[in-house]
Design a protein around this ligand. Structure first.
Ligand code: IPE
Ligand code: IPE
Ligand code: MG
Length: 244
């Protein structure tokens, strides 16, 4: 995808309300430089700051970042520990600037699998930023789209068992209401860096009509011009939702 200068963003073109990003390619970024994979994860933090700042500046209301998947728990323990260390460091360091820049932070995923001190940090960030509304930043951590749907089905099953709902009353809206993303709109755009062209268990239900953008850039190299180029392409796409 061609990277365009910021002034070329179409004025008045359709701006996405919600952008979701699969931040992929940290390991390959490091391997290309004969560095340990961990160095790539460290560099990825700068790209996260850039994406958050860029979305806030452009007026995007919702940003959802895939930071660690349910399946990433099967990586070597050293890499998992290092990633946990980075999350810990990042959350502590960024909390102030997120608060000051009007970012409300939320989390989706099986947070209870994370080390307890990180769970505490997560609660603190959510609590401190809860009244912000400029940008709603959702961080998917220990998240899997299928696991999220399983959880929603269990919740509905319990309501049926308790006689609170009739199975015939289940529709798309009711399922969406039982997902962790119940109060945020579905993503308009899904960006995946690193050149891989798959969804890797991210927001499976929510991406039913999302526009996909597969960028060859590796996540640590992702910067605002890449975001702007993708948004520019988005503004030229025609979304039909199955209609004519
Ligand atoms: C994405 O980068 C970060 C996480 C999945 C936590 P990768 O670690 O998947 O990097 P590649 O895909 O191996 O290059
Ligand atoms: C998806 O990337 C998960 C995150 C970016 C957090 P992966 O690197 O885990 O995905 P696969 O294994 O290439 O599908
Ligand atoms: Mg990867």
């Amino acid at each position: 995808m061609e990277v365009l200068p910021s002034h070329s963003l179409t004025k008045g073109g359709a701006l996405p309300e919600h952008i979701a990003i699969i931040m992929d390619g940290n390991g390959r970024w490091a391997e290309k430089r004969a560095l340990q994979r961990l160095r790539g994860h460290e560099q990825g933090a700068e790209a996260v700051r850039e994406a958050v700042k860029g979305c806030a500046e452009l007026g995007v209301r919702y940003l959802t970042l895939f930071a660690f998947s349910s399946e990433n728990w099967s990586r070597p323990i050293e890499e998992i520990n290092h990633l946990m260390g980075l999350f810990r460091f990042f959350f502590k360091k960024e909390i102030k600037s997120l608060l000051e820049n009007g970012v409300q932070v939320r989390f989706i995923g099986h947070i209870n699998r994370l080390p307890e001190d990180i769970q505490d940090l997560i609660k603190e960030i959510c609590e401190i930023t809860r009244d912000n509304s400029k940008l709603i930043l959702t961080i998917a951590l220990s998240y899997g789209g299928q696991a999220e749907i399983v959880d929603a089905m269990k919740a509905l099953g319990r309501k049926i068992q308790a006689g609170e709902i009739d199975p015939e009353a289940i529709d798309e809206a009711m399922i969406a209401c039982n997902l962790e993303t119940a109060d945020i709109p579905d993503p308009d755009m899904l960006i995946r860096t690193s050149g891989e062209k798959r969804i890797s268990n991210f927001l499976l239900w929510q991406c039913a009509y999302t526009e996909f953008f597969f960028l060859d850039v590796l996540w640590p190299d992702f910067r605002k011009p890449h975001l702007e180029a993708a948004i520019e392409e988005f503004s030229r796409r025609h979304r039909r939702y199955g209609a004519l």
